[in-house]
Design a protein around this ligand. Structure first.
Ligand code: IPD
Ligand code: CA
Length: 264
């Protein structure tokens, strides 16, 4: 199964590369921060047909289909983001990827994330480790002071500006520095690869984090929502991830920042 998934995701990544030099058809979904291109749609359609041929009994949950077809009763479900980092893709930044997870009864069993511009291929099977190319990943556990903080700005949700910034203000003086790459799936893979120690975003969708969360966990990274609970695979959720020591410090700091805010 993993081999087949990798092949399909790499084919999808190759489609993304054909966009170089092509004119992009950009459509605003809910507004100028929420965009879709013809490549999001085409790649999702390719993935739907290839994945459903691979496992016809599985459900299919994907960004450009939304939550309307939940397929919740099915044992297996593919959770798919045809392009994570669509705004980067449109603006000409290279941090974007194809992200595919296969979950069984609410637990992610396989995750594949492929960034075609950098040709980085991340994958994991539950219980069998995470890999970048052929190299097994093990994220080094550093304290917060020696960790880069990655974050997502939850840009579609005005109501999340204040809590996102409250966490940022509390964390920024404690960490080595911050980075904002624009693809949550890749952020989680970057933690797995040991490039950064912590990541948070106040609201994401399952297709943003399903595959990346397994890859990060299999490399020794803790991944929860901001409350410390299991991530929801059927609804939007927050994400807090980090190597164990950095995660614990970040969780304590986040709890304090959000509690302070609720007093005001
Ligand atoms: C977005 C990216 C981004 C995150 C947004 C996501 P999209 O996904 O993962 O990093 O901050 O919240 O929606 O729209 O590029 O697939
Ligand atoms: Ca996404």
């Amino acid at each position: 199964m993993l081999k087949e998934l990798i092949h399909i995701v790499q084919q999808a990544g190759a489609l993304l590369l054909t966009a170089r030099g092509e004119k992009l058809d950009v459509t605003e979904k809910t507004g100028p921060r929420d965009l879709v291109t013809q490549y999001d749609t085409q790649i999702q359609e390719y993935l739907r047909s290839a994945l459903m041929e691979l496992l016809p009994e599985a459900g299919f949950l994907a960004e450009e289909a939304g939550f309307d077809r939940p397929d919740r009763e099915k044992e297996w479900v593919f959770i798919v983001d045809p392009i994570d980092g669509t705004t980067n893709f449109i603006q000409g930044f290279q941090d974007c990827c194809v992200s595919v997870a296969l979950a069984q009864r609410g637990a992610v069993r396989y995750g594949v994330v492929y960034a075609p511009f950098s040709q980085e291929l991340y994958y994991a099977k539950q219980g069998e480790g995470a890999y970048l190319g052929g190299r097994r990943l093990s994220a080094p556990d550093r304290d917060l002071a020696h960790s880069l903080l990655l974050f997502g700005s939850g840009s579609y949700y005005r109501e999340l500006v204040a809590p996102s910034l409250a966490i940022f203000s509390a964390a920024f003086p404690q960490v080595q520095d911050v980075r904002r790459f624009g693809s949550a799936a890749l952020d989680l893979c970057y933690l797995a690869a040991g490039r950064a120690g912590v990541f948070y975003e106040c609201r994401l969708c399952p297709w943003d984090y399903a595959a990346g969360s397994l890859i990060a966990r299999e490399a020794g990274v803790n991944v929860t929502n901001l409350k410390g609970g299991e991530l929801d695979l059927w609804a939007k959720d927050s994400v807090l991830a980090g190597t164990p020591a950095a995660y614990a410090a970040m969780k304590a700091l986040t709890d304090r920042a959000l509690a302070e805010r609720s007093k005001t």
